[in-house]
Structures are given as C-alpha cells and as structure tokens.
Ligand binder design. Structure first.
Ligand code: HEC
Length: 188
C-alpha cells in the first residue's frame, strides 16, 4: 500500500513538472524593469518627466571637490577666509605652477606678474601687479594681500575681463598656480 502511495506521489510530481506554467516570479520588477525613453514622458513618475535630475549632492566622477564656494562676492570673501591649499608647497609643485603660469596667465599678467603681458588690449591694460600695495581690491585690501583662497577663487570663476579657468585647469593645477602667484606677490 505504502509503495503505491509513494509511486502515485512520485508520478504526480513528475507530471506536475511537465505543465507549461512558468511559476511565480518574486519581485517581477527586477526581471521586467520599466524601460523609459530618456526624453519622453510617462505615467511612471508623478511629474511624468523621464530625464530625472541626479540625487541632490551627487558628485560627478572625477569631480570630488574640496572647494565649495560660490562664484559671487560672498563666496570670494569666504574662500579667502577658509580655503586652504591642500597641496604641499615643494619644489615640484612650485615648478609645475610656474610652467602652468607660463601657459595660462603670463600673456595677460606678464612673466613677473606685473601686468605687462603681450595682450595690449585696452580692456586688459589695467592689470595690477600681484605685488601692488596701493590699489584697493574687492577684499578692501591690495593685490599683495590677497590670500590663497582669493587667488584660487579668481582663477576658478574669473573676475571682470579675466575669464574663469575651471574648465581648462584641474583643481590641483589651480592650487599649484596659487603657489606661483603667491611667490610673485612677494617680488619687489
Ligand atoms: C585675458 C587676460 C587674463 C588672463 C589669461 C588671466 N588674467 Fe588674471 N586678471 C586679468 C585682469 C584684467 C585682472 C584684473 C581684473 C579686475 O580687477 O577688473 C586679473 C586679475 C587677477 C587676479 C586678482 C583677482 C582679485 O581677486 O582681485 C589674480 C589673482 C589673477 N588675475 C590670477 C590669474 C592667473 C593665476 C591666471 C592664469 C591661470 C590669470 N589670472 C589669467 C586678466 C587675465
């Protein structure tokens, strides 16, 4: 008797395995995720826009920044107060700063930072010397008193006739330039 029961059970398992029902899917969204066209609309999100903004605070790859100051005057003053050069001041960094200065700055500021660059445009004619001790700047102080954070901010966002350089120079490169400008600030 028991053998018959086992045989029936065995065959019913075999037969039930032969139907073509696919069975249950756990978490079907994982198998069948909604496929949305980036720039079309849908009923999936409440605002129906498919191109979602990144989560607040998202940092793009290779853009991890230590510099959080805005491009306005407030950001400039804050930067002067709080931004510190994260790089070590050594021969190698100073040399690289000098080389970058030759490529990106000296045509306007002059090799010695005295404003005597090769660009003789009327707008650019009034570039103050980095060591200037008379002309009062945005900080309420002179060029020679600009702090590392002011210089970094100016390179990053630009100021008046000087354009922003953040797309041409990495943060490290900009901090190396700051080192070189600080050297020029001390020239007599
Ligand atoms: C197109 C010409 C031009 C180039 C290129 C240029 N600058 Fe300037 N820069 C100026 C002018 C003009 C000013 C003065 C702007 C003003 O005060 O109206 C200035 C001002 C500055 C200041 C003073 C900003 C302040 O806070 O008062 C610094 C520092 C400076 N430049 C650094 C640099 C460095 C470093 C580079 C190279 C990465 C560079 N500049 C490239 C034209 C230029």
């Amino acid at each position: 008797m028991i053998n018959k029961l086992i045989a029936i059970l065995f065959f019913s398992i075999i037969i039930s395995a032969c139907n073509n029902q696919s069975g249950y899917e756990y978490m079907p969204n994982m198998y069948r995720s909604p496929s949305l066209e980036t720039y079309s609309t849908n009923t999936y999100f409440k605002d129906s826009i498919n191109a979602r903004l990144p989560v607040e605070g998202t940092i793009a790859r290779n853009y991890l920044s230590t510099f959080y100051f805005d491009g306005d005057l407030e950001g400039y003053l804050q930067s002067g107060k709080f931004a510190k050069n994260p790089l070590e001041i050594n021969e190698k960094n100073l040399k690289e700063g000098e080389a970058l200065y030759g490529m990106f700055c000296s045509h306007c500021h002059g090799p010695e930072g005295n404003g005597g660059g090769s660009i003789g445009h009327p707008i650019y004619s009034n570039i103050p010397h980095y060591n200037d001790k008379k002309q009062i700047r945005r900080t309420g102080k002179t060029m020679s008193e600009l702090k590392a954070g002011h210089i970094f901010h100016s390179i990053t966002y630009g100021v008046n006739a000087m354009g922003p350089h953040s797309s041409q120079l990495s943060e490290d490169e900009r901090w190396k330039l700051v080192m070189h400008v600080q050297k020029l600030q001390k020239l007599e």
